[in-house]
Design a protein around this ligand. Sequence first.
Ligand code: LMR
Length: 331
Amino acid sequence: MKKVLLAASVAVALSVSAGAADFVLKFSHVVSENTPKGKAAVFFEKRLEELSKGKIDVQVYPSSQLYKDKAVLKAIRLDSVQMACPSFSKFGKFVPNLALFDLPFLFKDIDQLHRVQDSDVGQKLKDMVTAKGYVALDFWDNAFKQFTSSKHALISPTDAKGQKFRIMSSKVLEAQFKAVDANPQMMPFSEVYSALQQGVIDGQENTNSNIYTKKFYEVSKYMTVSNHGYLGYLVVMSKKFWNSLPADLQANVKQAMKEATAKEREWAVELDQSQFAEIKKYADETKKLEITVLTPEQRDAWRKVMSTIYPKFYDDKVIGKDLIEAAINTK
Ligand code: LMR
C-alpha cells in the first residue's frame, strides 16, 4: 500500500514537474509560509495535486512575491492569478461589508466568530463577493490582533493619542484609531517592517503570527496583548479559471479546500500560541521588548472607546446595521 502510494505521488510529482498538468493554478498571498494561511496554502497545493492526479499544478507564491495586498484582487478578476486569500479589509473597494469582521471588540471569541461565518451572515457576504465576479470559497482564520509601539506602552486608550499606526486600507481601522486620537496611516503589509524600523510609523496592529514571522517585534519597543480585533480571510478564486475546470476537477478543488480549511483553523490556534511564546522568549532574553497583557478592566476601557464607531457603519453601503446586529446577537 505504502509503495503504491509512493509510486502514485512520484508519478504526480513527475507529471507536474514535466509540465504535463492540464491547468496551472497560481495562489498568491502576502504572509510568510510559517503562518496559518501560508501552511494551509501549501497543504492545499499538495492535496489538490494529489486529488487531481497532477492535472492541476498549484503554485504558491508567499510574502507578496507576486502581488501586494489589494492588487491581487484585480489580478484575480483578470485571471492573471487564480487564487488568493486576502484579509477582509482588502475587499474594501468591492465588498466593504466584509469589514464587519474588522470591527473592534465585536466578537466574544473565535467560536462565536465561526458561528457568524457559518451562518446566513457569512453566506450573504460570500454572495456579495460572488456578485462581483469572484468564486468565494472558505473563510480562513488568522487570530485576534495585538498592538505594538515604539513610542510608549499602550495600556490606557489615551496612550495611543498622537501615535502613528500603520493600518491596512480600511475605513473601519481608520475610525478605530481615530476613536483613540491616534494617527492611522494606510500601508501595504510588505512595507510595515521598514516603516517601523525607520520610524515612519510608531506602531501597528497585527496577530502574533504576523508580528512573529515578519519580525515586527524586533523593531518595536512595546507590545500590548489586547485581542481588540480579528484578522481573517476569504479565499477567492478566478471565475474564469473555475469555469474552465471540468466537474471532476471542481469537485477536487472543493475537497482539497474543505480539508485545508479544517487544518487552517487548527494551525491558527496553535501558531497564535506558539509564536506568542517565541516573542515572549525574545522579550525575556533581550529585554528589548516590553509586553503588557491587558487586564479585563484595562481591555474594557479600550472596548468602550473603540466600539463607539459601530454606528458609522450602519449604512448598507459600508457594512449594514442588520449584519452588525446579527453578529452581536449570534450566541
Ligand atoms: C495585513 O496587511 O496586516 C494582513 O492582512 C496581512 C495578512 O494577510 O495576514
